[in-house]
Design a protein around this ligand. Structure first.
Ligand SMILES: Nc1ncnc2c1ncn2[C@@H]1O[C@H](COP(=O)(O)OP(=O)(O)O)[C@@H](O)[C@H]1O
Ligand SMILES: [Mg+2]
Length: 390
């Protein structure tokens, strides 16, 4: 089972992972920055090399022209050699030779420049690819991180849900166990004791019957009273477990019947108003509504000193609204909250809240000293958690 600590640990792991990714993202930004600068530098160099190739080309062309001219002159000098001095002829030779050498050098330089330009062209392409790749990587890391944090966070939310469910299950089991204890104690204190009393009284009867019939009759009379009483106890215990009439008669008639008895026994006027109806009501829903009503009325009897009590039961499209109001002495909510509500005390205010929330419902309990008490609960007609209630 996952404890609270594990969730905290998980959160810190998520936090650290996110931080690590954030850091590498920042580093990636640096890399991208460097790659962009490098690309720009190579591009500039490439531009220069292109111009150099063009310039050298022009120079080569010019030298070629000059060489042609020089060759032509040399040809003339040879043709009409009598017109040219030896000096002039040698100069023409030298110039042509020099131009040839110069052309060869320039052509070599041009070739080198072309090679450099081609190399730079490739490097520009590589640098562009590198920039593109780092950009892609940055956006990939960004979306990976949002995926990761989203997923991890939802995992922790899911784990929390699971824990809550586990907690819920434990509460239900505990509540069931407490309820069994309560019933066992009630049977033990009530009917079980009465029954042993009955056996005892029956034995006394047996003995005195032969000698004193009148005393035996009196004993049987008291025996009858004990049996009657414990029969009532048994009925009450069964009723407290689950009023059968909830299934037989339905929610509203059962509440009405309960109120009628309540008024008769306690003399507190209770008015029940209903609006709408539900064709079929899940039994856990009607039981919860009944229990909240029962506990509220029991508290009113015990504490409120109320003159008027009203119960409103409204069937809405998806919910059932229950409101119980009394004009009694009220109580200090903070004070009562501080009291530790023992689950053994039965279906108290705390239990009301538990049960209603277990059905994904909402309950509001408001009270003020001297201003009465109001309990209003909204319970979904088809609560999701019901499957867990067993
Ligand atoms: N309708 C009411 N009017 C006045 N006080 C109330 C009313 N309902 C509850 N209380 C106060 O709130 C306390 C808690 O009620 P509850 O949870 O039902 O526990 P318990 O009934 O076992 O005392 C009561 O002890 C009482 O002081
Ligand atoms: Mg109570």
């Amino acid at each position: 089972m996952l404890g609270k600590l594990d969730l905290a640990q998980l959160d810190s792991i998520i936090q650290k992972t996110v931080e690590a990714i954030d850091k590498s993202k920042a580093e990636l930004f640096d890399v991208a920055e460097v790659a962009k600068k490098e690309k720009k530098r190579i591009e500039e160099e490439y531009e220069l090399s292109k111009h150099k190739v063009i310039d050298l080309g022009i120079e080569v062309k010019e030298i070629e022209k000059e060489l042609i001219e020089s060759k032509r002159k040399l040809l003339n000098a040879n043709k009409y050699f009598e017109k040219f001095s030896e000096e002039e002829k040698r100069a023409a030779y030298e110039k042509t030779d020099n131009l040839r050498i110069e052309l060869a050098v320039k052509r070599e330089m041009e070739q080198m420049a072309i090679q450099r330009r081609n190399e730079l062209e490739l490097r520009v392409r590589d640098a562009a690819k590198m920039v593109e790749r780092t950009d892609k990587l940055i956006s990939a890391v960004g979306s990976a991180m949002s995926c990761l944090t989203g997923d991890l966070q939802s995992i922790s939310v899911q784990l929390e849900n699971i824990q809550q469910r586990q907690g819920m299950g434990m509460k239900i089991i505990k509540a069931q166990e407490e309820e069994r204890k309560r019933v066992a104690r009630e049977i033990h204190d009530g009917p079980a004791q009465s029954m042993s009393n009955v056996v005892l009284k029956a034995e006394i009867c047996e003995k005195i019957m032969e000698t004193d019939m009148e005393a035996a009759k009196a004993e049987i009379k008291s025996l009858k009273a004990v049996v009657k009483e414990s029969l009532q106890d048994v009925r009450r215990i069964i009723y407290d477990l689950r009023p059968m009439s909830l299934d037989d008669l339905g929610l509203v008639p059962t509440i009405q019947r309960y109120i009628n008895t309540y008024i008769e026994l306690n003399g507190i006027p209770v008015i029940l108003r209903t609006r709408g109806n539900a064709e079929t009501l899940m039994s856990i829903v009607s039981l919860t509504v009944f229990r909240v009503t029962q506990e509220a009325l029991s508290n009113i009897k015990k504490y409120a000193k109320a003159k008027n009590v009203s119960i409103n039961l409204e069937f809405l499209q998806n919910d059932i609204m229950l409101t119980i109001t009394d004009d009694g002495i009220g109580f200090d909510m903070e004070e009562v909250k501080k009291k530790n509500f023992d689950i053994n005390s039965g279906f108290g205010l705390f239990g009301m809240r538990e049960r209603v929330e277990l059905l994904s419902g909402k309950i509001d309990i408001t009270s003020e000293k001297g201003h009465g008490t109001r309990i209003s609960a909204r319970i979904p007609l088809s609560p999701e958690e019901v499957s867990q209630n067993g």
